[in-house]
Design a protein around this ligand. Structure first.
Ligand code: NAD
Length: 511
């Protein structure tokens, strides 16, 4: 019997084991979907999409409201699922649920306004009297591909605006954390969403590739390396894509910074989600006058951070390292820094199993020859560097191939804003880190190797549509004066009109 093969040549019907990073125990298995299965899901989505797009905004909002209530009434089950497959602290899982509940409400409320028709005016003599407008049309089937660090927020979170714009969505979560996405599929069923408007396909890279091969738009969140492959394939197919990729976010502590706040923001920014956020603070630059006081306080607080297996609210601050190879990357960055002269002020080691853990680690005496200052670490480590002044801080922040986010801590907001505008990053927060993600009206997207396009804000939903421009001649004459057969006096008149309208003082002579 002929065997069905996956896009990468492996046999169909294969299953992927999902482990709990905090215990090493296998907690589930999911199918490793073949290219054919992805194509079938896309086919079903195509059938379902026109009906979904035709629903009025209020009906779609009603489906969202049901899902929001489901999400909140099942919050413990969802939290447990996220914690089990990702290994993060419960508090970090709750933040994902809060985000999705607010996203359901936000996009239901804003979709109509942000996607409304726009009247267009033109003063060109060729279109006088025309009525013109643009309208937005859903793209069709959106493929969302997500990473493992936020199994709900960076996967299902991007499904919501795509659906709000009238698309059907096929979601491929990370093969390391696929269980939460399957819970969302159950939510859609139990909330009576129209069939196949939202589907999940599970699988590894080849399944994601098959989705890029068949969807009408790809919303990708993941590493810069995979993002380039997705963009290249989308380019070949000439379909649009949006890429939310890696980061090496910097935080600047200014000489006038309130130090307690600076330390709280640094610890939250560096260690929330175990440091496994694209927007994690991964390097700090401190102005010389406050360096010693800041580092003393930071070391004291770092030593108080708890880490280990999450067991309910308040049990640990930092959970497990989710993705096995990530542990080697974190170790490598710490060892590389120490071998080049860095000092460890807290942590520095892998914790013995079961499970994968790395101690919250504070490094000083670092510089830009070290991997920990230039490459994405994606773990609970933080290098801190002394700078002579703001100029040196700006130079070092911008000395990066990434440009996702940056943070500034300082008392003079005017000064901090001016500084923010000199940083090469898609988002800058002042006296905060990461909180901007929760402001759904504020665009979030990376510059440089951190991505293309944005999520959130007007562009965060408009990207899921294509524009149609409609122009109507309400008073059609038998013939417009500019039409063939050309009439020289008509064109002299047009040129005189253009001279008047566009103000060339001498005008153009038409001989
Ligand atoms: P990854 O690139 O390894 O995988 C991401 C997803 O892409 C997975 O679902 C994977 O199966 C899939 N995939 C792999 N090969 C593919 C291919 N050829 N075509 C299509 N899909 C393919 O990333 P990861 O390790 O899961 O996630 C961590 C990375 O994600 C970090 O770099 C982090 O900074 C980034 N991230 C970025 C944001 C952001 O908003 N900018 C948010 C979260 C995570």
């Amino acid at each position: 019997m002929a065997q069905t093969l996956k896009a990468d040549g492996t046999p169909a019907g294969a299953r992927i084991a999902v482990d709990n990073p905090a215990t090493g125990a296998v907690v589930g298995h999911v199918p490793d979907a073949t290219a054919q299965e992805v194509a079938q899901a896309i086919g079903r989505a195509r059938q379902a999409q026109p009906g979904w797009a035709e629903l009025d905004v209020r009906s779609r909002a009603d489906f969202f409201a049901r899902a929001r209530r489901w999400l909140l009434s099942h919050r413990q089950e969802i939290t447990d699922c996220i914690v089990e497959e990702n290994g993060k602290a419960q508090e970090d899982a709750i933040a994902e649920i809060v985000y999705c509940a607010s996203a359901f409400a936000y996009w239901a409320r804003q979709a109509q306004r942000l996607l409304a028709q726009t009247k267009i005016r033109s003063s060109s003599p060729f279109v006088l009297g025309r009525s013109m407008y643009t309208r937005r049309v859903p793209l069709g089937v959106v493929g969302v591909i997500g990473p493992w660090n936020n199994p709900l927020l960076n996967t299902f979170g991007d499904v919501i605006p795509a659906l709000a714009a009238g698309n059907a969505v096929v979601l491929k979560p990370s093969e390391h954390t696929p269980l939460t996405a399957l819970l969302m599929e159950r939510m859609a069923r139990e909330c009576g969403w129209p069939g196949n408007v939202f589907q999940v396909v599970t699988g590894a890279g080849a399944t994601g590739q098959a989705l890029v091969d068949t969807a009408d738009f790809v919303m990708f969140t993941g590493s810069t390396k995979t993002g380039r492959l997705v963009a290249a394939r989308a380019g070949e197919r000439l379909i649009p894509c949006s890429l939310e990729l890696g980061g090496k976010d910097a935080l600047i502590v200014l000489a006038d910074a309130p130090l307690e706040r600076a330390v709280s923001v640094t610890i939250q920014g560096a260690l929330s989600n175990g440091g496994q956020m694209c927007t994690s603070v991964e390097r700090v630059y401190v102005e010389e006058p406050v360096y010693d006081a800041y580092v003393d306080l930071l070391r004291e607080r770092f030593q108080q951070v708890t880490s280990g297996k999450p067991a309910g609210l308040g049990s640990v601050d930092v959970g497990a390292v989710t993705f096995p190879p990530q542990l080697s990357t974190v170790e490598d960055h710490v060892n590389d820094a120490v071998s080049k002269g860095a000092r460890i002020l807290a942590g520095g080691h892998t914790t013995p199993g079961p499970g994968r853990f790395f101690e919250p680690t504070l490094l000083v005496d670092v510089d830009h020859t070290m991997k920990c200052m230039r490459e994405e670490t994606f773990g609970p480590t933080l290098p801190v560097m002394k700078v002579a002044d703001v100029e040196e801080a700006v130079r070092l922040v911008n000395d990066s191939s990434y440009g996702l986010q940056a943070s500034i801590i300082g008392s003079n907001i005017k000064h901090a804003r001016r500084l923010a505008e000199r940083l090469e990053a898609g988002c800058v927060t002042i006296n905060d880190a990461q909180t901007n993600y929760m402001a759904l009206g504020l665009p979030m997207g990376g510059w440089k190797n951190s991505g293309l396009g944005v999520r959130h804000g007007a562009e965060g939903i408009r990207k899921y549509t294509k524009l149609q421009a409609i122009s109507a001649n309400r008073f059609p004459l038998r013939r417009d004066m500019h039409m063939i057969p050309y009439n020289p006096s008509a064109y002299r008149f047009i040129l005189r009109l253009v001279d008047v309208m566009y103000g060339t003082r001498r005008g153009h002579r038409n001989k």
